[in-house]
Design a protein around this ligand. Sequence first.
Ligand code: AMP
Length: 287
Amino acid sequence: MEHLDAIAKVKATIKKWRQEGHTIGFVPTMGALHEGHLTLVKRAKAECSRAIASIFVNPTQFGPNEDLAKYPRDLDGDSKKLASVACDAVFTTTPEEFYPQGFVTWVTVEKLTSGLCGASRPTHFRGVTTVCTKLFNVVSPDKVFMGEKDYQQVTVLRAMVRDLNLPVEIVPCPTHREKDGLAMSSRNMYLSADERRRALALSQGLKKARDAYASGEKIGKRLEAIVASEILQAEGRLDYANVVDGDTLEPLVQANDRSVLAVAAFIGKTRLIDNHVLGRAWPAARG
Ligand code: AMP
């Protein structure tokens, strides 16, 4: 696997790959990689002849009181994991290189970013859409593989690609879960053993709500209450549990098969998110 630690090196490698006739799949990440990230790389390898991942803890998507400074960083471990799934290259950069002095240009997506995580993280998506536009320009991939675990993020980025005619395809990939159902996340590392147990409230609440939906409960507020009560029982602090339209992310009174039930909650100091598309089966336990 090639380690490309500067924008110019990525551009040179991509140019060479293009001359060789390759298609390019891209997996942007913030590192601290887990199996969920690796499923995206495997999918990139399956659909494209070259796969490149980026590792960049993007400062502009963190709010002033969020976990930028303590976000886990493990470049050596990450490189080994990426190499183990035959990733062809990893791109790393620094805030200094990526945001040059005098940086004043932002990409914003409206409406889709105002609810859910956007309500409590008002500058988050501006950081995500800006960093992704820049990454897409540097890497110029054919396809970008992103996790549905961050459902709002994928929806926002698909809208951005459509609205700005960016020549890439966003490929949403299923949420990879621990055996007990917890959605894999780099932030799970922050959890103590007790918090790790209580963190199950998110996926269990979603599963219970999904079962209620499948048994005929269609009132959005009641489905949300099922998740909220699970978080409360686990002594978590709910940020939101919302039934929204899967495309517009608008809140829905009545749920349907295309609706998404999305949840964010603090377990201790750690903010976790998860979601489920209500018309889908709950994923079978692995392992
Ligand atoms: P992050 O490093 O958290 O910014 O995530 C990088 C990419 O991995 C994003 O597209 C995420 O949606 C995706 N991702 C994170 N966790 C999971 C998971 N459990 N399953 C699938 N994709 C994931």
